[in-house]
Design a protein around this ligand. Structure first.
Ligand SMILES: Nc1nc2c(c(=O)[nH]1)N[C@H]1C(S)=C(S)[C@@H](COP(=O)(O)O)O[C@H]1N2
Ligand SMILES: [Mo]
Length: 423
């Protein structure tokens, strides 16, 4: 298809891409009140062409343009009792494609960021093994390695929306997810090196942060696809993401992806740690709680248009969003403009990887009428992302975790977007 910006606008005449932009040279075609300066616009020679720019090396570690300052992780004040045990959210509404830039990956720490000197880094592997081992970072880097793109979603993502629409913006309702390319060692290779004793069933993974956060991981998952990762998007993990080493548990809730990984203990039963008893369990209506609900079910979110972005213009527009499933690949994403009555398949662009985010687009011509925008993900097991009502029927509203219900946005005639629910 022809995209906005293409010189050959003839093909697009069916629907005018830039509503209100009668000719390509019209300044401020978007109609937005923005302090622009005609002196810097064609046919004039702009100020940045009249002088030399920064030389190489001035920006030894590159940063985004100074005009992109609003593209940052954000916190919610009332969710931040203490900054050391809190969360900052990925600005999903400002991103595209499937890869989250390292500096924008949401952070969830229970006791702040551990600053580990890699020279003193050790990973201890013990318990029901033939040879207890201690790996340095260099040791880990000498093992055969793999590169894998995976999403990580905190089980508490969308957790504040169980009882109704509350936070306004996908950064806050859905921003506890990121998707990066990890480089690391398959955990199976380390376990093979140590030799797992027969009867072993579980592994306890523990972090080196002040929380010493720990979780029980089934051995079957550990040898299936878990990684001991040290790189994200090519560079070493950021301190926020567990530098120098974190556990990668594809498709499973973020809590078990232990950061600052210091210890793996092999055993024959789970440890029932704090994080898998009083936390990260799902309290049902009947007073019972689900435990070890590891897998993140299929979910999707429209990231643009979005409550935090500028109001939508009439005319041709692209709805854009992310979808993922912890059970495999995303098979399809549907979009509804009428609150879930009618669905049409969205296009997916870019790679469709196992347990990774996919990017979907849905093109439409907006006449300015009020719409109720929704998206739903269908994965390759045939599972369809449920409505919030369907989810509440089964799970009640006591839960914090595993809310993968369909999000509704009201698109108002003025182009504003609001987080709402349909009855
Ligand atoms: N050691 C340690 N690992 C941890 C945590 C922590 O506080 N300490 N938080 C967990 C939780 S609850 C989540 S959702 C993910 C968040 O990973 P991120 O900060 O890279 O987004 O890390 C997990 N691993
Ligand atoms: Mo989490």
């Amino acid at each position: 298809m022809t995209v906005p910006g293409d010189r050959d606008q003839k093909k697009a005449s069916r629907r005018s891409f830039l509503a209100g932009a009668a000719g390509i040279a019209v300044a401020g075609a978007s109609g937005k009140a923005r302090a622009d300066n005609p002196k810097n616009q064609p046919p004039n020679v702009p100020e940045w062409t009249r002088s030399l720019g920064d030389g190489v090396g001035v920006r030894a570690y590159g940063q985004p343009s100074k005009y992109e300052k609003k593209v940052i992780r954000r916190t919610v004040e009332w969710l931040t009792a203490t900054p050391e045990s809190s969360v900052s959210f990925t600005p999903l509404h400002e991103l595209d494609g499937i890869i989250t830039p390292n500096g924008l990956c949401f952070e969830r720490h229970h006791s702040g960021i551990a600053e580990i000197d890699p020279a003193d880094y050790r990973l201890m592997l013990h318990g029901m093994v033939d040879r207890p081992l201690s790996f340095t970072l260099d040791d880990l880097k000498r093992f055969p390695r793999v590169n894998k793109v995976y999403f990580l979603e905190c089980a508490a993502n969308s957790g504040m929306e169980w009882r109704g629409a509350q936070l306004n913006g996908c950064q806050y309702t859905h921003g506890m997810v990121h998707c990066v390319q990890y480089t690391g060692v398959p955990l199976k290779a380390l376990l093979d090196e140590a030799g797992v004793k027969s009867g072993a069933q579980w592994i306890m993974a523990e972090g080196a942060d002040a929380a010493a956060m720990n979780r029980s991981l089934p051995l079957a998952k550990a040898v299936d696809d878990c990684l001991v990762a040290y790189r994200s998007n090519g560079e070493m993990l950021r301190p926020e993401q567990g530098y120098p080493v974190r556990l990668v548990v594809p498709g499973w809730e973020g809590n078990i992806w232990i950061k600052w990984l210091r210890r793996l203990k092999v055993g024959d039963q789970p440890w029932h740690t704090r994080e898998e008893t009083s936390k990260y369990t799902d309290l049902l209506e009947n007073g019972k709680a689900r435990q070890f609900t590891f897998v993140m079910d299929a979910k999707s979110i429209i990231t643009a248009p979005s409550p935090q972005l500028a109001p939508l213009n009439k005319g041709f527009n692209v709805i854009s969003g992310l979808a993922w499933s912890g059970r495999g690949k995303v098979a399809r994403v549907d979009v509804s403009l009428d609150g879930g009555r009618n669905w049409r398949a969205a296009g997916i662009d870019g790679p469709i990887l196992d347990k990774a985010c996919v990017r979907f687009y849905y093109e439409f011509d907006w006449k300015g009428e009020a719409l109720l925008l929704q998206s739903r993900a269908i994965d390759d097991t045939g599972y369809v992302q449920p409505t919030k009502q369907a989810l509440r029927k089964i799970r009640g509203v006591n839960s914090i975790y595993h809310n993968n219900g369909i999000q509704t946005y009201e698109l108002k005639p003025g182009g504003e977007v609001e987080n709402v629910e349909v009855g």
